[in-house]
Design a protein around this ligand. Sequence first.
Ligand code: SAH
Length: 465
Amino acid sequence: MKYLPIFLNLQGKKCLVVGGGVVATRKVGLLYQAGAIVTIVALEICEQLQILTKEVGSIQIQQKPFQKSDIQEDYHLVIAATSDQDLNKQVSRLAQVRHILVNVVDSPQLCTFIFPAIVDRSPVVIALSTGGASPTLARLLRTKLESLIPHRYGRLARFAVYYRSKVKLYITDPKARRIFWEKVLQGKIGEQVLAGQEQEASNALDQALITHQDPSQGEVYLVGAGPGDPDLLTFRALRLMQQADMVLYDRLVSPEILNLVRREAEQIYVGKKRNWHSLRQEEINDLLVTHAKEGKRVLRLKGGDPFIFGRGGEEIAHLVTEQIPFQIVPGISAASGCACYGGIPLTHRDYAHSCIFITGQLKDGKLDLNWQALVQPQQTIVVYMGLTGFPLLCQKLIEHGMVATMSVALIQQGTTVNQKVFTGTLATLPSLITKEEIQAPTLIIIGEVVKLHDQFLWFNPSSLA
Ligand code: SAH
């Protein structure tokens, strides 16, 4: 190990920054966040630094040339961030003579310490370093960690601090206490804190302490998996996917996404597809309840968003009746996914001031829709489950007054590598697509906005892999 990682307590300690540019500003900001009393010596002070120092009164600026006497014995830490290498060297030497910690930006040979890349979830702070080998690599790693560690992690730490002595009082055996905390932090209570429900989490923890209940009782995660591209999952979806004990998933959930669920989780396919065995909605509801009551963290993974033509409402209603705790995570719905990846804005100042989502599923071979509402001008219609009824839908819209030349797009397997966009009009597209091999799922977008697709053709869907 070339450098020893430590965390410095700079609360109320005097620190000096030589330099007044953008880099110096970043360092001043960090020192300030760590509670240091910062002095800046610089000939020029950049605008950002001026703004920062105005916002926080406690930073002292000395706008003047640097002098030896500026390095005073009572500084705990000195940073040189000027573009003058000779000056940087001088600052480093003077600080080292006085045994003051010194960092010269981008010159490890002049430093007695280096700055790590930081992931800040205060009070949890992660510092990582490549020992000066590659700051870019450190930054890339930091980005990965940023996406892995929920933004509310600090709240979880504060929650744990708050309850630390109380839990110690109730559970005196250190081993039992460790297991208790593991369950709290990784289970439902931890999830409640991360979801911003501290009050509920507090109640649950108090309850678990008083009744010696297992704090890791089961719950259901109703998670939207987006339209297909795994990159469109939310951080929260991914986190819950990786801590589930079992998963119930739909036909629309792609294998790539399923692959991201915790390996040990039992997988149950409950989707609907012609000629495939599938479960009735009531059976799915019952499965969720049964497994959650057994103490499992049950992941209900759905394509798109669970509350947009996803029957999520029915499942949640059932959980409420059975008093099963749950969390709902929104997903990117096929409408926004297909629209963005297909280059069709759903609303546009010139073409559409509203957007309406409908299901185009046939009931007894008929379409029972509010046609007057649908044929309004300056409106985009997004049709889910509309492939079979597509010719009838176009015919009915024309009958109810929509111009036959209205633009229509049919997006097949949107956001995936197999995405295809077919465009035409109400009059032409139905006959055109019967000639093509259309693969489900498909989404239909009707409205003037579809014309913009041609302008955005530079976008190459095959690069979506
Ligand atoms: N809850 C989902 C919708 C489920 S209904 C959501 O929010 O997206 C199923 C319908 O969604 C399909 O028939 C199809 O119309 C549409 N759909 C879902 N994923 C799609 C995709 N990747 N490409 C095109 N259409 C899709």
